[in-house]
Structure formats: C-alpha cells, structure tokens
Design a binder for this molecule. Sequence first.
Ligand code: FES
Length: 292
Amino acid sequence: MIGRLLTRLIDAQAAWSRPLGDFNHRWMAALLKPLGPLKDVLHGRWLGHPLHSAVTDIPIGALLVSVLLDLLDLRAAADVSLVVAIAFMLLAAVSGVADYVDTDGRARERATVHSALMVVGLVVLVVSLALRAGDPPERTVPVILSIIGLLLVTAGAYVGGDVVYLLGNMVSRHAFRGPGTKWVALDLAPTGLTNLGLLPEATPTRVRAGINDLVVVRVGDSLHALHAVCAHAGAPLAEGTIVDGCLECPWHGSRFRLGDGRAQRGPTVYDQPAYEIRTTEGGGYEVRRSAG
Ligand code: FES
C-alpha cells in the first residue's frame, strides 16, 4: 500500500525528471567520454560489481551516526562523521554519474529523481558542515540541517533502490540463468544455412538453442557462441560489431571477449554467458554453456 503510493508519487515526477534526465545525459556523456578506461573504474568492472552500490551505504551510515552524535552533543565526533559522510557521498556521486550516462527510459527518469534528492541533500549537509566551522556554541541550525539532509538522502536511497530492484538497472540480465551442462541442438533456421563454416567472417549472427537466442561468430576456422542478450541492459548482441576479438554491444558499447564472454569494457561489470559448439553425427551442431 505504502509502496504503491510512493511509486505513484515518484512516477508523477516524470514531467520534470524525463527532460532533465535527457539533458543531463547529453552533457554528462560528453564529459565522461574522454575518460576512456577510467569510466570503467567508476562502473566497477575491476571489482566485478557495481562500484556505486558498494560505496553508497557508507555515507548513509556515517550520516546517521553523525546525527545521533549531534543529539548526544558529542560535537567533534559528530563533525568527523559528517565529513566522512560528505566525502563518500562525493565518491558515490562520481560512480553514480558513470552508471547514469548508460541508463535509459524509466530507469533514467527515476535515477534523475534519485540524483536530484542526493544533490539537494549534499548541499544541505555541506551548509551544515560550514556552519560548524569555528565550533560555535549554538549549533541548533546545523543539527537541524543534518537531520533534513539525512531525510533527503534516505528518500534518495529509496528511489535509487527502485532503479535497481524494481527496474533491474545494473543487474545482470543472466542472473537467473544457471550453468548448463547439457548439450542442446542448435537451430540454424534464422541463418538460412546448414553449415556454420559458411557464415560471413566476423559477423554476429543470431541462432537458437532451445529457449535461448545465441550469437555465433566465425573468425577464420573458429566458431564462437555467446548469449544474444547483453548482460548489462539486454541489448540484442546480434546487432553488435566485432572489435579487437570482442563482440561490442550496440547500445552502450560493452565489449565481451568472443572466446569466453569475459567483459573487456564497460559499462557492464558482468561477463556474458559463452557456449561451446560441437558438430553432431547427423551433420548439425550442438552447444553447451561453458563453465564460468
Ligand atoms: S545493453 Fe548496455 S552495454 Fe549492452
């Protein structure tokens, strides 16, 4: 009940969050483009986990501690906690911006509401910190501002949680696909071929294996197969291109190594399921999910 009310309230923000999100997307993407591999660091590919979600708990915890210490009038400790909260909010903001520029549709709208609440909360907290400078005897205003900042950040975290848990942003599209040990017949009907050796060189081609769509790529005498749905946000990888031995996603440019599906460039922080291919006695083909 409460969840539905909040969802309606957040959805009602689309009138401003959609145009603002599209505007932000343009200038932030231009700003981050020159970063190259550093952008992957911000996504968390080195961690195999989204960096943003790994650092967001720290400022919320530190901020809550700061407010409690304020209420106990433990001033120095409260101020140190507030500094920690602000510092980690800045790190969370930078990593969040990297994810934001590769977010589309409703997820981008909600991420805009999330970031707006966080930015306003951050400004309120910085003002609270500035008013503490010089240890003034009267701290009612900065303490009230910290409490307002905590409420704003908590509301922002709620909306941010929706972006992940409700809309599945930055969640692996293969989260529920277990490792496969069975060989499955490959259906080549979409290719119009019966012999994969006749596939055009280095051209992603969609085929079917049971309930799954795969992409097969021939490079010389080698055949490679990856799942056709991009792990990052579900793009059709059959529409991708081959770059440096990788399949590059057509939507946000993640690159997956053809041989084993390992992510070589973000925004994905997840690998792509890869498949072994073998010929059958009847002249067809079978695939099996490679061991991770
Ligand atoms: S869908 Fe985003 S990189 Fe593939």
